[in-house]
Design a protein around this ligand. Structure first.
Ligand SMILES: *Cc1c(COP(=O)(O)O)cnc(C)c1O
Length: 503
């Protein structure tokens, strides 16, 4: 196989995109990737390297002369692989898995192939229009009201991550407030979430200039299954209004990151609507399940929200990154974010008859990412996507059953989707809460150190909890069973020898 660049500084011979060289090397890479997918199960799920390991493996400077692909791939095997935590491993149960699929990969190839930078409609009409079509398709799958669709009065856009979806809607809400009560009111604007709202909410509030003292994190508890209480929300809002502050934005979550709790959108909308707040629903994880009729009720009340975001890279078989954002009033986004530099001016934009997605997002440049979703939706159909969600939920149910059948464990929060929150509860001896937390921490460390399974933890209601999130694309029932057996094995030695787990 030839080298990636065949010249040696001689520009006449250097062809960075020679179609035949591309064909040969891309085929080689596809083989490499297919082999990886076939073998991913054999790698330790959680990388066991120490910080800084890679620097020692690689030269200090970039090579002056070209190197062949073969030797680069050799280094991928020997240097990169050991430092990978394998998110695609079927035994990856940490965080929320990042789902993948052949269709999305092919869509990604096309997206990369064109490398179109569709900031305005004219910069690549197909890129803008396919995104509009796909966002409406997905909206229909979710039974969103027309008010969120281009077919109605709203519209959708593909952001990179939830952070950007929250940021752009927050800035739209902020500027809407400025129009009403003046830019001097910035110091008075208050935003609301719960203590389970994703941490990125606080980050985006800071970016949007919200005063740190005006970011409310309303406490949740075991009692409400960690959902945001609309009663508490109302109390906090009333107190803020009484203090002369201005409620601006509330972020509700459908499927929180710690326990996949669902905030009651309908009741939160009552408060939001009454006080003129922008209501955003962060459904990064749980939203995907709502393409199945039996889960759709978690979005009840969505017609009264201002925006909704959902990340298909979490559960709808799309690669990172892909966060779908629907807004009821695209004009408010555009008013807040539009730019009009001379070098981007063109007829269609001036006519106002097209969507220029640069005005719906933070950046200017944007990739043709709708291709990925389009390939996924067409290649699998709604039926298979629903089946995929249901199969993950069923496997999580199986795991939950294992936990419930073992007296040494308990399920800590209701399982709504494919995430099981559980813990060891030492029963035989009298142990304090601190000690119980330490036992669970030890169990998790031991399980992850085996490299056979990767899980993560959270703390809710002051309690250390283990999270088992089913959803990696390659996971089958046997992996769930093997994971449970490993956890049980860990618990056996932990409870036998309460001081230390042998590894
Ligand atoms: C994972 C997660 C996020 C972050 O999502 P990205 O789209 O991956 O940036 C935000 N909110 C919730 C509820 C999440 O679970």
């Amino acid at each position: 196989m030839g080298s990636l660049g065949s010249g040696c500084g001689n520009s006449r011979h250097f062809k960075p995109l020679d179609p035949e060289e591309f064909r040969a090397q891309a085929h080689q890479m596809v083989d490499f990737i297919a082999d990886y997918y076939k073998q991913v199960e054999t790698y330790p799920v959680l990388s066991q390297v120490q910080p800084g390991y890679l620097r020692a493996c690689l030269p200090e400077s970039a090579p002056y002369r070209p190197e062949p692909l073969d030797s680069i791939l050799m280094d991928v095997r020997s240097c990169i692989m050991p430092g990978m935590t394998h998110w695609l491993s079927p035994s990856f149960f940490a965080f929320f898995p990042a789902t993948v699929s052949t269709a999305a990969f092919l869509g990604e190839m096309l997206c990369t192939c064109f490398n179109s930078v569709g900031f305005t409609w004219l910069a690549s009409p197909a890129a803008t229009e396919l995104e509009m079509v796909v966002m409406d398709w997905l909206a229909r799958m979710l039974k969103l009201p027309k008010s969120f669709m281009f077919a109605g009065t709203g519209g959708g856009v593909i952001q990179n991550t939830t952070s950007e979806s929250i940021l752009v809607t927050l800035v739209a809400a902020r500027d809407r407030a400025f129009d009403a009560i003046g830019i001097e009111s910035l110091r008075k604007l208050v935003v609301y979430g719960s203590d389970q709202t994703h941490s990125t909410f606080t980050k985006t509030c800071k970016l949007a200039g919200i005063h740190p003292c005006n970011i409310r994190s309303i406490p949740t508890s075991f009692h409400t299954h960690f959902a945001l209480s609309h009663v508490l929300l109302r109390k906090v809002v009333e107190a803020d209004v009484a203090a002369g502050l201005v409620p601006l934005y509330v972020c509700a979550t459908a499927g929180t990151t710690s326990t996949a709790a669902v905030d009651p959108i309908e009741q939160i909308a009552d408060v939001a609507n009454e006080y003129g707040m922008w209501l955003h629903v962060d459904a990064a994880y749980g939203g995907s399940a709502c393409i199945c009729p039996e889960f759709r009720h978690y979005l009840n009340g969505i017609e009264r929200a201002d925006s909704l975001s959902l990340s298909p890279h979490k559960w709808l078989l799309s690669y990172l990154d892909c966060c779908c954002l629907w807004v009821k009033e695209p004009g408010s986004l555009v008013r807040a974010l539009s730019t009009d530099p001379e070098y981007l001016r063109n007829g269609p934009s001036r006519s106002g008859s097209v969507v220029d997605y640069k005005d719906w997002q933070v950046g200017t440049g944007r990739r043709f990412k709708s291709l990925r979703l389009w390939l996924v939706l067409r290649s699998y159909g709604v039926a298979n996507l629903q089946g995929h969600i249901r199969s993950d939920v069923r496997m999580a149910g199986l795991f939950e059953g294992f936990v419930k059948s073992d007296r040494r464990f308990e399920v800590v929060a209701p399982r709504l989707f494919a995430l099981v929150c559980f813990r060891v509860v030492p029963r035989r001896r009298r142990v304090g809460p601190g000690e119980a937390d330490a036992m669970n921490r030890k169990l998790l460390e031991w399980v992850n150190s085996t490299g056979r399974v990767y899980m993560t933890h959270t703390v809710v209601g002051g309690v250390y909890v283990l999270r088992f999130a089913v959803g990696a694309t390659l996971t089958e029932e046997r992996h769930v069973v093997a994971a449970w057996n490993l956890i049980r094995e860990g618990a056996d030695s932990l409870l036998k020898n309460a001081h230390s787990l042998c590894t």
